[in-house]
Design a protein around this ligand. Structure first.
Ligand code: MF3
Ligand code: CO
Length: 258
């Protein structure tokens, strides 16, 4: 069931999104060689709790941390670990969600640790572009197939793979609501977007094969061929007309986008 949000509810999600953006901005500044993924997790949890919010991933279906920290060939749901020390040249996806006053937000970015290869940097850039190609089509009246197709087209035309086993999702009072938001699709097919829908759009793009395996911890997904993978996510709200509001990028204006 899809729950449409009214303007007051979207205002609450905007506050949750603003806080999450602040948390992720502070985390970005901490990513450097020598830091452990557990350090990042502890810092994120303290920032969220200090702001009076709740880390939404912690204990979600038994998940043991505030962040997902997915390094190199890890796609998503990497569990932070005090033995995992970040090294120059790696790439890390940091995914975080929080609940503020009963409303959720969810966002992720991928960045390099110190200097990274041109190939890794290109993968991160292509993934962000996939997000923007998709987000631009999140307009009332468009269909989810249009959104997924835009992402897929951009990724595949650059020789990258679109992870199929995991998707974006509706979000609101719950982290995962209907509908699933696929990162691939057929234009003109799928659910029609409507004003008041709030969705997390989150392309997961590999430099090689799109197929994944899951680690023995039952959480961390990796590319089957162990190629690098990048992930980028924002929570957004469908408006009555025009381009969506990016709730987890508070000061963003579409006029400033490329
Ligand atoms: N951010 C993830 C998503 O977009 C959720 C993390 S799963 C959890 O769906 F179990 F870690 F919470
Ligand atoms: Co999500």
């Amino acid at each position: 069931m899809i729950s449409l949000k009214n303007p007051d509810q979207i205002a609450k999600m905007r506050e949750a999104g603003r806080l999450l953006h602040e948390v992720l901005t502070k985390l970005r500044a901490q990513i450097k060689p020598g830091v452990t993924t557990a350090d990042l997790d502890a810092y994120a949890e303290s920032l969220i709790r200090k702001a009076g919010a709740i880390p939404s991933f912690l204990n979600y279906e038994g998940y043991p941390a505030t962040l997902c920290t997915s390094v190199d060939d890890a796609v998503v749901h990497g569990i932070p670990n005090r033995k995992q020390v970040l090294r120059e040249g790696q790439i890390i996806s940091v995914d975080c969600g929080l609940i503020l006053d009963g409303w959720q937000s969810d966002s992720a970015f991928t960045m390099g640790v110190g200097e990274i290869s041109a190939e890794a940097a290109a993968l991160i850039e292509i993934t962000e572009q996939c997000f923007w190609k998709a987000a631009r089509l999140c307009i009332a009246g468009n269909r989810l197939g249009d959104v997924g197709h835009a992402c897929q087209e951009w990724a595949e035309s650059h020789g990258c793979g679109v992870i199929r086993d995991l998707t974006g999702h509706g979000i609101g009072r719950e982290m995962h609501e209907d509908p699933p938001v696929y990162n691939y699709g057929v234009p003109g097919k799928g659910l029609r977007l409507r004003k008041g829908m709030t969705i997390a759009v989150e392309p997961m793009i590999s430099a090689g094969d799109w197929r994944v395996t899951c680690d023995p911890d039952q959480w961390c997904y990796r590319t089957r061929d162990r190629s690098l993978c990048s992930h980028y996510e924002h929570t957004l709200a469908i408006r009555e007309d025009g381009l969506p509001e990016i709730l987890t990028l508070p000061d963003f204006k579409w006029e400033d986008a490329e």
